[in-house]
Write a protein of this length. Structure first.
Length: 224
């Protein structure tokens, strides 16, 4: 995953939910980052914007993702990580199509969406993000932790429905986005993707997350 982490996740046994003060500070900071992201996107065609290209937008989004993934999957912080990732996914899918599709932006868009796909798998599995391995690490809650009320819960049914709807609808939106390029170059979308070597990536869009959602059982992680 192409996410640059600015601080390390603590060792698994040291993980704990955010305190109320930490949560308020993080929420305020992330809300401001989302606001700046949206402002930059809305002004993308103006000379004063800090996000004139899709690459700029993706780079800014990855900074947000790096923070979201570091939220510990320990209740009640678990739901905070899910909520912010839903927000980032929704904003990204809505904003990508606002930039011109070309041979540079298409690979960047699909690479970013693949990052989100991997991030969702980490969140759905209630894993801890490991910057060392660049992947999710399973969280183990032992009996002593459980006795202190430490647990992690799966995303709710409402969140699952919203996430599935977002991801399924994204393919149609991206196809419409690509139609703009097709009209400009009078080239079939499928042939264009094959020429750029992106057909497989497009076909597999959010495949990990959708496959996992299909088998999600909604169980709370039991202590080991």
């Amino acid at each position: 995953m192409d996410v640059n982490m600015q601080s390390s996740v603590p060792a698994l046994k040291e993980l704990h939910a955010l305190s109320s003060a930490q949560e308020r500070k993080l929420v305020d900071y992330l809300d401001e980052q989302f606001l700046q992201l949206m402002r930059g996107y809305k002004k993308r065609s103006e000379p004063t914007t800090h996000l004139p290209t899709l690459r700029d937008y993706v780079d800014a989004s990855r900074q947000i993702l790096s923070l979201v993934l570091q939220i510990p999957p320990i209740d009640p912080s678990t739901s905070l990580r899910t909520a912010f990732l839903l927000r980032l996914t929704n904003d990204s899918l809505s904003s990508i199509v606002g930039y011109p599709p070309d041979s540079v932006s298409l690979p960047e868009a699909l690479d970013w969406l693949d990052d989100l796909d991997q991030a969702w798998l980490i969140v759905l599995k209630a894993q801890v993000w490991s910057p060392a391995s660049g992947a999710g690490v399973d969280l183990y809650v032992d009996a002593a932790d459980a006795s202190r009320g430490i647990k992690t819960s799966p995303i709710s049914q409402t969140e699952r429905i919203r996430l599935r709807s977002l991801l399924v609808g994204s393919s149609a939106s991206l196809e419409e986005w690509l139609e703009d390029r097709k009209e400009q170059e009078e080239q079939d979308v499928e042939n264009m993707l094959e020429r750029l070597g992106l057909q497989a990536e497009f076909d597999d869009l959010f495949s990990r997350t959708l496959d996992y959602l299909g088998g999600l059982n909604g169980m709370v992680v039991d202590p080991v």
